[in-house]
Design a protein around this ligand. Structure first.
Ligand SMILES: *Cc1c(COP(=O)(O)O)cnc(C)c1O
Length: 406
């Protein structure tokens, strides 16, 4: 299969320099923008002029030059025509779905998704007449059967949170497109590693809060899609981004932009270390889930979708079977070994770990958790890139022994 090279794509777009020839771009903090001629203003409202039509800006909830620059880079990274940055991953997801669905419409979604997205689809959207069928996204007959005439989209994560189920994006795109539906993919876990749009996805949403920013100091999101969809989202009269207003701040955009140059180095290192930890735990017979292990049921599938050279990602899961043992394991790793931090979220430079069933997936009912194969003792580890790898391996092996996992 032809390969997509995200790094090549990212660095071949027009570079943005700062005022006075600054090698770092300037931050355009203005909330509103002036025009020399009053006749220009009505044209902006009519959509005849705009950021890409003559370089006209209006108001920063609509478009901001700094936020726009980041959006252009993220579109290049995700191989889409355009992108729009948002104030969080959740707002990117919610606005995308609400732009595509009206009352009476229907969504087919994977049952292994982020707790917040699950809550949105399961509880909030039905209140306004948008229903979701949750399916096992690896069971393509089930996905097909769940599609009806009022279905607007299939929603999945490339690598499912937190069970690390892998979505077959080319197959799901085929199923969606055969019945004229859209495939929306959340690529938060695998920037650079998997490029969903290259594999057929129509819209790619991401929480930039995680790997893309990588420093756990901002909340941010992005929608990568066609220009047409970005126009719809930012339409002054009907656009969900424009009217709900989850805009990204220019300073946040600048911070994230300054971290994109080392995203590929970070992703490679997260993968190298997660692979080493997973192989060690697997060797000593700890129940570890990681798509880079040949024993992972969807290892070959993930391999077939990867961009070369970035590995299998930084997230792995260890099944301690009970919540109590999961807590012992995490406590030893944090307080005795200094291996990582007990915290939700992921993609930080230090290791973050949480017991998914009682934290980020706790919005999902216990029955649904069982249905999606989520054990109450599952510890999700987002493997960091700090410290010496051999020492990290000793630390986690000791903690696993002391917890009784070995
Ligand atoms: C964190 C996360 C989100 C939500 O992103 P926020 O930036 O916290 O709003 C969505 N999807 C996945 C897979 C996530 O991990």
């Amino acid at each position: 299969m032809a390969q997509f090279n995200p790094e090549q794509a990212l660095w071949h777009i027009r570079r943005e320099f700062g005022e006075h020839g600054g090698v770092a771009p300037s931050i355009s903090r203005s909330s509103t923008f002036t025009v020399l001629d009053p006749g220009i203003m009505p044209d902006i409202f009519k959509g005849v002029r705009g950021p890409e039509k003559g370089g006209y800006f209006l108001y920063s909830r609509h478009f901001n030059p700094t936020v726009d620059t980041l959006a252009r880079e993220l579109a290049a990274l995700e191989n889409t025509e355009a992108a729009i940055c948002t104030s969080s991953g959740m707002s990117a997801i919610a606005c995308s779905i609400l732009q595509l669905c009206r009352a009476g419409d229907h969504v087919v979604a994977s049952n292994t998704i982020y707790g917040g997205t699950h809550a949105l689809l399961e509880h909030l959207l039905p209140e306004i007449g948008i229903k979701t069928s949750f399916v096992n996204i690896s069971d393509h007959a089930e996905v097909q059967a769940a599609i009806s005439s009022n279905t607007k989209l299939i929603f999945t994560e490339s690598v499912g949170n937190p069970t690390l189920q892998i979505a077959n994006i080319p197959m799901l795109a085929k199923i969606a497109h055969e019945s004229e539906k859209l495939l929306v993919v959340d690529n938060t876990f695998t920037p650079m590693i998997i490029t969903p749009s290259f594999l057929g996805a129509d819209i790619v949403v991401s929480s930039l809060t995680k790997f893309v920013n990588g420093a756990s100091d901002v909340i941010a999101g992005v929608i990568c899609s066609s220009k047409e969809f970005v126009y719809q989202l930012t339409d002054l009269h009907t656009g969900r981004i424009m009217l709900f207003g989850p805009t990204m701040d220019a300073r946040t955009a600048f911070d994230i932009q300054q971290r994109l140059p080392h995203l590929s180095l970070r992703m490679k290192e997260h993968s190298v270390r997660a692979q080493a930890v997973a192989e060690l735990l697997n060797k000593v017979k700890v129940n570890v889930i990681y798509p880079g292990l040949v024993s992972h049921p969807e290892h070959e599938l993930m391999k077939s979708m990867l961009n070369d050279g970035y590995g299998y990602g930084g997230i792995l899961a260890v099944d301690c079977l009970t919540q109590e043992r999961a807590e012992t394991f995490m406590s030893l790793l944090q307080n005795k070994e200094r291996f990582g931090l007990i915290a939700v979220s992921l993609g930080y430079f230090d290791t973050l770990m949480s017991c998914s069933g009682s934290s980020t997936a706790s919005e999902i009912g216990i029955e649904d958790q069982r249905a999606m194969g989520l054990s109450p003792g599952l510890v999700r580890l987002s493997i960091g890139i700090t410290g010496s790898l051999p020492v990290r391996l000793e630390q986690i092996e000791r903690a696993a022994k002391e917890t009784g996992l070995i």
